[in-house]
Design a protein around this ligand. Structure first.
Ligand SMILES: [Zn+2]
Length: 238
C-alpha cells in the first residue's frame, strides 16, 4: 500500500543526509552544486509537480549512478558527472530521476521492497527496533531500489518531455544511453543495475523525439558550460 504524500517529505528529509553520507558526501564545490541544482530546478519547475521542493545534489561516489528519494531529493554521483559531456546530458539524468519522484515511484518501491513501517520506525527512534537495521543499511537499500519496467519507461518518456519543455536538446538522453551502454562493456554501471538495458530505451526515445520535435534549433546543448562548470572543476579536484 502506498503511504500518504506528506510522508514522502518526512522520509526524504530524514534519509537525505544518510544517503548523502553513503554516497561519499557532497562534493565540496559550491559553484558546481549551484549549477547542478539550477539545471535540476529548471526541470522541476516545468514538471507535473512544480509546487514541490526539489534538491539536486552532487556526491563524491565513484560509481556511475543517480538516485532519487521521496520528497524531491535527487543525487547524482561524481562517477556519472565525469562521464557526461553536456548540460543537456545532465538534464536528461536529472529529468529521469525527477520523473520518478513526481510519479512517486520511489515511494512505491519503498512500500513494496522495504516497508514503510520499518523506515518510519527507524526514522523516529533513530534505529529500527526488533529486526535492527541501521540507518546506513536502510540507506543502502534505498539506493538499491528497483523500479518496474513500466515505471522506467514512463520516467524515460516523462523525462524526455521535461527536457524538451525546459529547452534542452532531447538527443542528450540518447547520447547518455549510448554512453552507459559503452561503459557497460568495461565496468559495472550502477545506474544500469537498477535500470533496463539502454538499447530498447534508445529505440522508443528516438521514436518519440522524431514525433515531437521537428526543429532542434535553439534547443540548449550546453557543452562548453558543462565542461567549464563540471568537468574542469572535477579534474582540478582530483
Ligand atoms: Zn529510472
Amino acid at each position: 500500500m502506498l503511504f500518504p504524500e506528506k510522508q514522502d517529505l518526512e522520509i526524504g528529509q530524514h534519509y537525505a543526509p544518510e544517503i548523502e553520507k553513503e554516497l561519499g558526501g557532497k562534493i565540496e564545490d559550491e559553484d558546481l552544486q549551484k549549477y547542478i541544482d539550477r539545471v535540476g530546478q529548471k526541470i522541476a519547475r516545468i514538471s507535473h509537480r512544480p509546487d514541490w521542493e526539489y534538491h539536486y545534489v552532487a556526491v563524491n561516489d565513484k560509481s556511475i549512478n543517480a538516485s532519487a528519494l521521496p520528497g524531491g531529493y535527487i543525487f547524482i554521483t561524481k562517477g556519472m558527472l565525469e562521464k557526461l559531456q553536456s548540460e543537456a546530458q545532465l538534464a536528461a539524468i536529472l529529468a529521469h530521476e525527477t520523473a520518478h519522484v513526481v510519479a512517486r515511484d520511489t515511494s512505491n518501491a519503498i512500500s513494496n521492497q522495504i516497508g514503510i513501517g520499518l523506515l518510519l520506525a527507524a526514522a523516529t527512534s533513530g534505529q529500527a527496533s526488533g529486526a535492527v537495521m541501521t540507518a546506513a543499511e536502510l540507506s543502502r537499500r534505498i539506493i538499491g531500489l528497483r523500479y518496474s519496467r513500466q515505471d522506467e519507461r514512463e520516467a524515460d518518456i516523462a523525462g524526455l518531455d521535461y527536457m524538451i519543455v525546459a529547452g534542452y536538446n532531447p538527443y542528450g538522453i540518447i547520447e547518455t544511453m549510448q554512453m552507459l551502454e559503452e561503459q557497460r562493456k568495461e565496468t559495472v554501471v550502477e545506474f544500469l543495475s537498477s535500470h533496463p538495458p539502454p538499447a530498447n530505451r534508445i529505440a522508443y526515445l528516438s521514436q518519440r523525439i522524431k514525433t515531437k520535435i521537428h526543429d532542434l534549433d535553439g534547443l540548449n546543448i550546453g557543452k562548453q558550460q558543462y565542461s567549464k562548470t563540471v568537468l574542469d572543476r572535477l579534474i582540478t579536484r582530483d
